[in-house]
Structure formats: C-alpha cells, structure tokens
Design a protein around this ligand. Structure first.
Ligand code: ZN
Length: 206
C-alpha cells in the first residue's frame, strides 16, 4: 500500500482548490480492502459523514486518492424536509454502505434537475442535471461484487460520489447561472419550483 494511509491520524474534509479533488483516484485491491488500514478508514469516513452531516463522502474528500466512498441517507435527515420535496426528489432512506472501484451507467435517457451541495464546497449550491436512474457495479467493504440499480435521490448521491473518484465536482455539471451561496438560496430560492427558478435565472431551455 502506498505511504500515507496508515500514517494519517486525523482526517478532515478538504475544500475545493485542493488538487486531490481533481485527481483520478486509484482502485483498491482485494487485499487492501481487507486490510486494517482500509477498514479503519471506512469507520473514520462513516464518522466524518455523520458529523458533517452528509449523505455521502468520497475518499478524495478526506485527502486520499482512492476509489472508495461511503453513503447513508438517514430517515432522521428527512424529518425537516417538506413531504412534497421528498416526493418530488424521490428521496427515500438509504442504509449505510460502502462502494469501492465502482462502474456506473445511466439506465435510460431520463434526467432530473435539482439543487445539490457538496461537503467540499461548503456554503454553496447549484442546480445540477443528473440521470434519473443508474446501475452501479462495485465491491463492498468485504471485497464482494455487488450491483445496485437506483433511482431518484439515491441515484443522484451515487453519481455525485462516483464523480469524486474521477476528479469531477458538481460545479463541472451545474447550470452555472444557478450557482448560489446557501444563505442566498434560503433567502431567494428555497421552496420555489425548479421551472420558476430556471425562468427567473434565464436558463437556456435544453
Ligand atoms: Zn461532494
């Protein structure tokens, strides 16, 4: 294993501008996945994601250019979200799990546009078009092959996290005119339908 992983005592979330967020992360071997270091890294990333709190965290976000991400969308995060928004976003709880060395493909041509944020772009948000449904092949934390077919918000989380493993951030995919501080999102745009926001910001129709 490359130097660095085992020597990191305290991990923290890195912010945009750190070159590690723009690297192509390297895959992990089955032996590495089984190692104490990677198992410990998974636990640390799980804790950091919960503390943030966030629904996903990729290894490059803690400064490690490895193809590993953790995901969990807890039901408790949904209690402050209006039911209509949960429905519109097709957002359901997702249990904690780990994805390693993923391959992702859209399941059809359908897309969805919603505002999203990133723990490495703290305090900002933008409207990002994504595939509505995806199929992901990956290794789990025991090195076993798994396949997920996901739609709605879960599909968006998977696309966002797997982008991190390729050095891609949501700002590469966003409608640039919608980029906003979270303060201003809450002040001007919160609760307004996407089509109203698109019209107000004079987005080009697709
Ligand atoms: Zn992110």
């Amino acid at each position: 294993m490359r130097a660095g992983i085992e020597s990191i005592v305290e991990l923290e979330i890195v912010q945009v501008g750190n070159p590690v967020l723009r690297e192509q992360a390297r895959p992990l071997s089955p032996a590495e996945i089984a190692s104490k270091e990677i198992q410990k890294l998974i636990q640390s990333m799980r804790n950091i994601m919960h503390d943030a709190p966030g629904v996903g965290l990729a290894a490059p976000q803690v400064g490690l250019s490895l193809q590993l991400a953790v995901i969990e969308d807890r039901e408790e995060y949904h209690k402050d979200v209006p039911a209509e928004q949960l429905r519109e976003r097709d957002r359901l709880p997702v249990p904690f799990h780990v994805i390693i060395n993923p391959r992702i493909a859209a399941m059809n041509a359908e897309t969805a546009e919603f505002f999203e944020g990133c723990l490495s772009l703290q305090g900002f948000s933008a409207l990002v078009p994504r595939a509505r449904a995806v199929r992901v092949e990956f290794l789990n934390e025991r090195g076993k092959k798994e396949v997920i077919e996901a739609s709605g918000w879960y599909a968006r989380i998977l696309q966002h996290e797997i982008d991190h493993l390729r050095g891609t951030l949501y700002i590469d995919r966003m409608h640039a005119r919608t980029f906003t501080s979270l303060d201003n999102w809450n002040r001007f745009w919160k609760g307004r339908p996407i089509r109203t926001i698109s019209a107000a910001l004079r987005l080009e129709p697709e």
